[in-house]
Design a protein around this ligand. Sequence first.
Ligand SMILES: *Cc1c(COP(=O)(O)O)cnc(C)c1O
Length: 393
Amino acid sequence: MRIYERMQHELNSLESNGNLRHLPQINHQSSWVTINGDEMINLSSNDYLGLACREEFKEEFLATLTNSNFLPTSSSSRLLTGNYSIYNKIEHQLASLFDTESALVFNSGYHANIGILPAVCTSNTLILADKLVHASLIDGIRLSAAKCIRYKHNDYRQLERLIDQHQADYAEIIIVTESIFSMDGDECDLKRLIALKALYPNILLYIDEAHAFGVRGNKGLGLAEEHGCINDIDFLVGTFGKAMASTGAYIVCKQIVREYLINKMRSLIFTTALPPITLSWTSFLLEKLPSLNNERTRLQSISHLLQEALKEKGYKCTSTSHIIPMIVGESSLAIYVAKNLQRKGFYALPVRPPTVPEGTSRIRFSLSADISHTQIEQLIRVIPTFDEIIQTH
Ligand SMILES: *Cc1c(COP(=O)(O)O)cnc(C)c1O
């Protein structure tokens, strides 16, 4: 069969470029992982607040469970019989935390991002998206009828030019960005985006807070909370699979947007709703979220330590968050450096094209509040300088 030959050919070429992926076998022990018998500190998890391994939370939650409230499936879409009361509870909880008109929960961030834009856009919509937005947003844009132009990462001058140029030709423009970016750990400029939006009658903002929710803001609601601009954002999206140690996603928005999505959003309508037990766990943790400022402070402090150390060692580091890339260039080099760190007990992973642009392969550190200062200092000691890395290759 031709198709298998083509597949083999492509897999071979991925392998020769150092870009072949596989599913690793991993055993988890709180913030440690064991792979092939080697125990390492997990520096690649999205459990930013360390809640996934928090024994007392698990115990407290388990104590609330009974045969009748342990519901492991919703057995249906929310529009049919899957809309258990916990859905209403959590959506009220979110709307009240964020102080917005309403909230809507989805099965995952991927479901949210591939569903919202196709539901709300027409061919009369222009999407202006940051060049580095997450694949799920790209897929959502592709599924929508909108015209899309990508602007250079965080280049708001270019964004302004694009708005000026096209604003009159479309019914509305939706600016799409992440708040903290997945691969560089830097931030969008929310204040500036909101100021820009205020200059025109027909601009809306879509902000994905997947990496900021839980971690930033006084109540942990994200960058929009930190900057006091939650209500200036039209589509404020976040996920529960990262800092929230659960699964699922949300939008907080106007009531009309919620109602519209319930009627039009295919990845909400045509899928089995998350199990009620999952929502109960999310709701339980949402209640704790505002009180977790110690965890947030600890995370910021170790992140700062690593950012500064990387800069000192000659790496270009624009991260202002707990996601900290160590950019080395070639894929093979990233793999080599990651292997070395793993041999020394630090489970850090290489990130390569197509996830990041060619020539910017990197080790991506993704820190958790569970990691101690001492462990970060040990890590810093074994990280080679940029010059050393280039010379060994
Ligand atoms: C992880 C992530 C998603 C996807 O969320 P899931 O709940 O894992 O599907 C969406 N957007 C961004 C920016 C992410 O980092």
